[in-house]
Design a protein around this ligand. Structure first.
Ligand SMILES: [Cu+2]
Length: 474
């Protein structure tokens, strides 16, 4: 499928014509040459060399689609096609996307730009592209059956409109949405302001990523497309921790992070060590009087949020979705809670029969991150990622904001782990532990109705375990 492409240099960017079997040569002459990217690494920002100037974004584990200028119109070429996405080292998923990847490339334009997007369909079924959040002529909105016929396999459609307002947008199909979005078809669109804007501050680093989710059985590679809530891979730009690159910034940088949500549940995105302001939402820049400092931004389904902050605390700061199930990778869901259960008796009996028998999760589930559990081929481990002090015990929607004094301007390379200044790190207490002062149980003067013999009622917390879908999306 990818053999016709040829690599240019080592960047992973591939330029190739769509084969003559899908689009006629005559049509090809008018099409901008599509550009492909197959590497999952975060690519350097694409500094514009034509059109109005702007400060480009950095797409986490992604890239920006180059364009060509054609008589004042910015022309892009998106190719909808099956792709192989490495979601984490050693774990590849068979997805659908655009131009070699899921998500598709970020499209960056400037307020007031005239934009023409050629969309070639290399899928086996019809598709369209909807430009989520844009002001545009109704016939360019990309809704199959409502504003246009679906783009048949092998055909190319053209969308053209003016990018009327600055902000963070998304694109995705409005054709067989459940399947095509479950398979990874989506991308980001950034419209930069034309010149200085009263409500859009200039920043030193501008990151963006999409929230997406997949249901891929351990040991397989293709998402299940009927899943509504019980996804097992919670990803940023179709990558899961430890496959998500860190967000590297220089101490004192003004930083912007743009997040769009194309999953089917909300994600409270939480940043450690700093407070941010939500400076932009779906409708554009937030009025200054309406901004407040926060550490968690809930990004609901179909929403975009723009978070701005000053990176003034050096360190390695966790940055993650605060739903704890979303910072784990694929696992079986019917695992009962074993915390606090004493297995010693039953284990003794079983080890007589099976010498290697072992009970998991007795002290919590982090044990599982340290055990070398045999996994089926092509499976991401449930909670992994090594830090300088051991297993981080996270997967899914998790990354690290790395704030460094010595990071050079424009340098996004990973500086390694933070070295904590002496005396600035949690440490073990080695002194004597005094007896804690606790209230004595007052069994003698118990009120009527209390259980006899000082019997406090104890309850055990148990993970809901009845069927699927009960523990997510709430
Ligand atoms: Cu989440």
């Amino acid at each position: 499928m990818f053999s016709r492409r040829h690599f240019i240099g080592g960047s992973g960017i591939i330029a190739a014509a769509v084969t003559a079997s899908t689009v006629s040569r005559v049509a090809m002459a008018a099409l901008p040459e599509p550009v492909f990217q197959t590497k999952p690494d975060t690519q350097a920002p694409l500094v514009p060399n034509t059109g109005r100037p702007y400060n480009p974004v950095v797409t986490l584990n992604g890239w920006t689609l180059p364009w060509r200028m054609n008589r004042g119109v910015k022309e892009f070429h998106l190719v909808a096609e099956p792709v192989v996405r490495e979601m984490a080292p050693g774990f590849k998923a068979h997805l659908w996307g655009y131009n070699g990847q899921s998500p598709g490339p970020t499209i960056e334009v400037v307020e007031g730009d005239r934009v023409r997007i050629f969309v070639t369909n290399r899928l086996g079924e019809l598709t369209t592209v909807h430009w989520h959040g844009q002001r545009l002529p109704n016939g360019m909105d990309g809704v199959t059956g409502l504003t246009q016929p679906g783009i048949p396999p092998g055909k190319t459609y053209v969308y053209e409109f003016e990018a009327r307002r600055p902000g963070t947008f998304m694109y995705h199909p409005h054709a067989d949405e459940m399947v095509q979005m479950a398979m990874g078809m989506m991308g980001l669109w950034i419209t930069h302001p034309k010149g200085k804007h009263a409500l859009i501050d200039e920043v030193d680093r501008d990151f963006c990523f999409l929230l997406n989710a997949y249901d891929i059985e351990p040991g397989s590679a293709t998402p299940k497309i009927m899943t509504m809530l019980d996804f097992n891979l919670w990803s940023w730009n179709s990558r899961i921790f430890p496959g998500i690159d860190p967000l590297v910034v220089r101490l004192g940088d003004k930083v912007r992070i743009r997040v769009g949500n194309l999953t089917m549940t909300n994600h409270p995105i939480h940043l450690h060590g700093h407070e941010f302001q939500i400076t932009g939402t779906d409708g554009g820049p937030t009025p200054k009087a309406a901004r407040q400092f926060e550490v968690t931004a809930d990004v609901a389904v179909g929403q975009m949020r723009q978070l701005d902050f000053l990176a003034d605390e050096p360190g390695d700061w966790a940055f993650h979705c605060h739903k704890s199930h979303h910072t784990m990778n694929a696992m079986g869901h019917n695992v009962p809670t074993m915390i606090g259960v004493d297995h010693s008796d039953v284990v003794k009996k079983i080890t007589n029969l099976i010498p290697d028998y072992m009970v998991m999760g007795e002290r919590g589930m982090k044990d599982m991150t340290e055990m070398e559990m045999p996994l089926p081929d092509n499976t991401a481990s449930m909670m992994t990622g090594q830090g300088p002090f051991g297993a981080v015990g996270m997967g899914g929607m998790f990354s690290v904001l790395k704030v460094r004094k010595d990071q050079k301007r424009g340098d996004y390379s990973d500086p390694g782990w933070y070295v904590h200044p002496p005396g600035s790190q949690a440490y073990e207490f080695t002194g004597q532990l005094p007896d804690p002062a606790r209230a004595k149980p007052a069994a003698a003067n118990a009120k009527p109705g209390t259980p006899p013999s000082g019997g406090d009622i104890e309850v055990k917390v148990r993970k809901p375990n009845a069927g699927h879908g009960g523990h997510q999306g709430h």
